[in-house]
Each structure stands twice: as structure tokens, then as C-alpha cells.
Ligand binder design. Structure first.
Ligand SMILES: Cc1cc2nc3c(=O)[nH]c(=O)nc-3n(C[C@H](O)[C@H](O)[C@H](O)COP(=O)(O)O)c2cc1C
Length: 183
């Protein structure tokens, strides 16, 4: 890297957004409620495409890979996304059914990380997801190939940056049938 590239990068602002208040004394019992709350705040602040997330997987040799996909649903079963089974990510999930998701909502200086095993949804659910897409999007894929997966969270981290570097990090870690917090 040249000196001018380094100084150009150093001059770029980071964590330049404005974080909403966060009450650590009033956390919900599990991560889904807090995630939906943060997503609603992101929508309220007109964060562009807040449902876009980086999906990280690994290939058969353990080499990581990542790409952006959209979130299709969130509930107690997990964070859902869809793609073709024959895609690179589909092949990677076949050999290693674990994944991580990363959201970054820059205007709010907020990021969420989700990790855990990945489970394929039923064929009916995958078809329902395909049918909810535009006609053009439906025509672009083979219905048998279209697949909905869920990342079943065993750890969900909520991170909120602060200009004074007093960043807040709360991780929900699965603990039996419930969750415990780590900060
Ligand atoms: C904002 C955004 C949203 C995307 N959403 C999806 C998606 O929901 N599903 C999908 O298969 N690809 C989506 N893509 C394309 C993927 O990033 C990726 O290029 C593609 O799925 C092939 O990835 P793979 O070769 O690792 O399987 C999206 C890309 C962007 C930039």
C-alpha cells in the first residue's frame, strides 16, 4: 500500500453515525426481540436496505467465503435467507452447514452478528418464498433449486459504536433452552 493510500484511508471518517439510546438494564430475554427492535429503529431512521446482510460460509477445505444476501424472515427458528441450492454458497452449506451473518447499519453505528448451524426449510416454505418473488425473479431460477435456509443462532452479538470509543457489546449466548448475556 502506498503512503497516499494509507493517508487517504486514515482520513476517512469511521463510526460517524449517531447511535440511538440503549438501555442495558432493559434487555429482552432473547435475541430475536432485540433484533426486531433494532431493525425497526433502522427502518425508522431510513437506513438503506437494512435487511441486507453478509452471509459467511466455509468451503470443504475450510476456506471462508462471504457474500451479501437479504433477510427473508426472523423468528425463534432463526434468521432465514434464500438462494439456489446449486450456488457456491449452497455447495458450501452442503459440506459445512454452519454460517455467520453480519448486519451493519452505518447511520446508527450499529452492527449485529449471528452465528450457528444452518437448517434447510421445508420444500413448501422454499416454494412459498419463491412465489413471493417477482415474476422475473421466479423465471430466472428452477423452482426445485430455490431453497430457504435458516441460521439457527447459538450466539447473537449486538454492537453499538460510540464516538468516545465506549462501544457497547451485548452477546446473547444459547444456554440450554434459554439465553445468557455476555458483555
Ligand atoms: C444487496 C444484495 C442482496 C442480495 N441478495 C441475494 C439473495 O437474497 N440471495 C442470493 O442468492 N443472492 C443475493 N445477492 C447476490 C449474492 O451477493 C451473490 O453474488 C450470489 O448469491 C452468488 O453467491 P455465491 O456464489 O457465493 O453462491 C445479493 C447481492 C446484493 C448486493
Amino acid at each position: 500500500m502506498t503512503d497516499s493510500t494509507k493517508s487517504m484511508l486514515r482520513a476517512l471518517p469511521s463510526l460517524a453515525g449517531t447511535a440511538p439510546p440503549l438501555d442495558l438494564g432493559d434487555l429482552p430475554e432473547g435475541p430475536v426481540t432485540l433484533f426486531l427492535d433494532w431493525l425497526a429503529v433502522a427502518q425508522h431512521h431510513e437506513v438503506a436496505e437494512p435487511h441486507a446482510m453478509t452471509l459467511s460460509t466455509v468451503d470443504a477445505s475450510g476456506m471462508p467465503d462471504a457474500r451479501v444476501v437479504v433477510l427473508k424472515d426472523v423468528d425463534q427458528r432463526g434468521w432465514a435467507f434464500a438462494s439456489t441450492r446449486t450456488s457456491v454458497k449452497g455447495g458450501q452449506l452442503e459440506v459445512c452447514p454452519n454460517a455467520a451473518l453480519t448486519f451493519w447499519w452505518q447511520p446508527l453505528v450499529r452492527s449485529v452478528r449471528v452465528r450457528g448451524p444452518v437448517i434447510e426449510a421445508s420444500r413448501d416454505e422454499s416454494l412459498a418464498d419463491l412465489q413471493a418473488r417477482s415474476v422475473a425473479a421466479q423465471q430466472a431460477v428452477d423452482p426445485d433449486d430455490w431453497t430457504l435456509w435458516r441460521v439457527v443462532p447459538n450466539r447473537v452479538e449486538f454492537w453499538q459504536g460510540s464516538p468516545d470509543r465506549r462501544h457497547v457489546r451485548i452477546a446473547f449466548v444459547r444456554d440450554g433452552d434459554g439465553w445468557r448475556y455476555e458483555t
